[in-house]
Ligand binder design. Structure first.
Ligand SMILES: [Zn+2]
Length: 141
């Protein structure tokens, strides 16, 4: 989804720069805008609550899933895999997937149930990390 579609679901949104916003965090009783929202050059969206809400809580408070933080075109059949990836892009992608794994792990540690979408997103994270190894030429089979 686009950052515009995301911020339309939030309150007290303020633009703080190109592709950067702050808003009231929907996951806790937020008095000052504590949620920072940032759009990366490739269209992915990063969220951070300065009161330490995890991304999953923020997303579920506005009925969204991790998958919504990716631009729609990235979901289409991985055609971008045919062009060479700069190392920095691969690392940034792995960092984001690691964040997905961490957030899912937190849910598991809290003994909260993982729904199917979360489970699928976790498997997607693992397969993307594997794909990043392939693209980087590190998977020798
Ligand atoms: Zn929060």
């Amino acid at each position: 989804m686009t950052i515009e579609a995301l911020i339309s679901r939030l309150e007290r949104v303020k633009c703080t720069g190109h592709g950067r916003y702050i808003a009231r965090c929907p996951a806790h009783d937020d008095h000052g805008p504590s949620l920072s929202i940032r759009e990366l050059d490739d269209g992915r969206i990063l969220l951070h609550c300065f009161a330490d809400c995890d991304v999953q809580s923020v997303l579920s408070a506005v009925n969204l899933k991790f998958i919504d933080l990716f631009p729609a075109r990235e979901m289409a059949s991985g055609k971008s895999q045919h062009r060479p990836f700069p190392a920095a892009d691969i690392l940034q992608a792995i960092a984001f997937e690691a964040l997905v794994v961490v957030t899912t792990t937190r849910t598991i540690l809290k003994r909260e149930p993982l729904n199917n979408t979360d489970r699928e997103r976790l498997l997607l994270a693992v397969s993307r990390i594997q794909a990043a190894l392939d693209i980087g030429g590190l998977n020798h089979e």
